[in-house]
Ligand binder design. Sequence first.
Ligand SMILES: [Zn+2]
Ligand SMILES: [Zn+2]
Length: 58
Amino acid sequence: MTKKELKCTSCGKRVTNDPATVSFPCPKCGKTTVTRCKHCREKASRYKCTECGFEGPN
Ligand SMILES: [Zn+2]
Ligand SMILES: [Zn+2]
């Protein structure tokens, strides 16, 4: 099994071992996985899908 390194989509911080991090598929295209660290969730920082360009905190 390959160990995949997770990075926050909003701030780019490495979040591999952060249990407060959430990952979910892009709400629009579902092709990419959006990862958000605790910090960015609390601040409602924006993220952008690299595949379809969808932006949002939701
Ligand atoms: Zn972040
Ligand atoms: Zn997308």
